[in-house]
Design a protein around this ligand. Structure first.
Ligand code: PHE
Length: 446
């Protein structure tokens, strides 16, 4: 028999877990450079608008379905289906979500493994292990394999312990540490030459970018990936929320935390990049844009830390601790999606399911590591640019067109008795029926 379902023990626990899922590599290396290359505060403004007008309604759909069904993605969608056809559609969407999130985790774990290797490097330096220190920062199949496996073992370890003792316990420890490290790093970087120029590049608005056709599209893609939408992560976390919680309120807190930390990350990354520039590091790519993505994290910033002298080791350690925490609180939310399905539908015990599924995903990661040039970009594109938005669309269609409206209201009313007359209920159903699907289709066609 499957073990009884877990539940988050407090609002804070859920918020840390959900914000932990949302805040990840996407926020730290995606958002800041995207903003700086696209009109600074103007992009920020567009991002805020889209996060609240489009991503938040989609997030709410997942949270409401999850809490109503109190089950994994596949079972939850089948529960709210209204006939054999929509049940089948539910199984397909839930199943695709599980497959997609497993492949997202397979590449995410590789990058997270790099973060772990870079975290150990300053320690190897202090210990005087020069050869090890070099090996840790040089790209190689052996290093990548060892660290992807180590990172997956950490993820499996936390998920094996369950909702309260694993996800909630670690998220409530790690997320406050993440914010603390972030704030300390910002404070330090602000004292260095070049930082103010970075701040200007990040924040001075250039509203002419609104004329750029791709701006809203890229802001929306960022918002969907960042809020972990479409693949059932938030649905599963929603299924562990107490029935006494006010869903519209905690959903908006999650969105606020995610956006807030992305904005904070910008206050670190952009000033740090311009400090690096002032110390002679190249921060622009061949097209003249700011170096973004993995290149930013594993080449630009380490070069800066190297130039900092003795304190560089501490700063590097703090920075890669930040990155590792951000990755780990996201990766656990990804592994929870297939694990909850296997535990609930096959009656497998949680630790066994976590080990089995984690190992399968680690094997996929290793296949990617061994064929990196061939597979990495491809897996990223298929999962995050093709599958994720499409699944986001299906979730909106399910909630807006298939699920019974009065059942949705009943669910929201638990924990928010006045919901029927509130602002959320007046606006959200229309959004999820028309605006969200239309917007996703527009993005998809681009
Ligand atoms: N939101 C995470 C990030 O910003 C990524 C993620 C995607 C997590 C999908 C879970 C599911 O890095």
């Amino acid at each position: 028999m499957a073990s009884p379902r877990g539940e988050f023990s407090s609002r804070f626990g859920f918020l840390m877990a959900a914000a932990g899922s949302a805040v990840g590599l996407g926020n730290i290396w995606g958002f800041p450079t995207n903003a700086a290359s696209n009109g600074g505060a103007a992009f920020l403004f567009a991002y805020l608008l889209l996060a609240f007008a489009l991503a938040y309604p989609a997030l709410m759909a997942e949270l409401i379905i999850g809490r109503h069904a109190r089950a994994n993605g596949v079972t939850a969608l089948r529960t709210i289906a209204t006939g054999p056809k929509s049940k089948l559609f539910g199984s397909v969407v839930g199943g695709l979500g599980i497959v997609t999130v497993s492949f997202i985790l397979s590449f995410y774990a590789i990058v997270s493994g790099w973060m772990l290797a870079f975290l150990l490097q300053p320690i190897a330096d202090v210990a005087g292990l020069e050869a090890l220190s070099d090996w840790l920062t040089v790209d190689g199949i052996l290093r990548n394999s060892i660290f992807v496996i180590s990172f997956m073992l950490l993820t499996i370890f936390i998920i094996s312990a369950g909702v309260k003792e694993g996800i909630e316990k670690w998220a409530t420890r790690l997320m406050p540490s993440l914010v603390l490290i972030l704030v300390l790093l910002i404070g330090y970087v602000f004292t260095l030459p070049g930082a103010m120029e970075g701040l200007r590049a990040y924040l001075v608005p250039d509203f002419t970018v609104f004329a750029k056709p791709g701006l809203l599209v890229s802001a929306m893609g960022q918002a969907f990936f960042s809020l972990s939408l479409g693949v059932g992560t938030m649905l599963v976390y929603g299924s562990y929320i107490s029935k006494n919680e006010n869903l519209p309120v905690i959903g908006s807190l999650v969105a606020l935390l995610d956006v807030g930390i992305a904005v904070l990350a910008g206050l670190l990354i952009l000033p740090a990049m311009y400090v690096a520039l002032a110390s002679g590091v190249e921060i622009f790519d061949a097209q003249g844009g700011l170096i973004a993505g993995p290149g930013l994290i594993i080449s630009v910033l380490p070069a800066l830390f190297d130039n900092m002298g003795a304190i560089g080791g501490f700063v590097a350690f703090a920075f890669f601790a930040l990155m590792t925490i951000a990755s780990l609180t996201s990766s656990i939310s990804m592994l929870e999606v297939p694990v909850s399905f296997v535990v609930e539908s096959q009656g497998v015990r949680r630790p066994a399911a976590a080990m089995l599924l984690g190992s399968i995903i680690a094997v996929i990661s290793l296949v990617i590591v061994f064929n990196f040039d061939l597979l990495f970009e491809w897996v990223v594109t298929v999962t995050t640019e093709m599958s994720q938005p499409l699944l986001g669309l299906f979730f909106c269609l399910f909630t807006g067109w298939i699920w019974n409206r009065s059942a949705i209201l009943e669910e929201i009313k638990q924990g928010s008795p006045q919901a029927a007359s509130g602002f959320f209920w007046r606006v959200w159903p229309f959004y999820i029926r028309f605006i969200c699907p239309a917007a996703i289709i527009i993005v998809y066609l681009q």
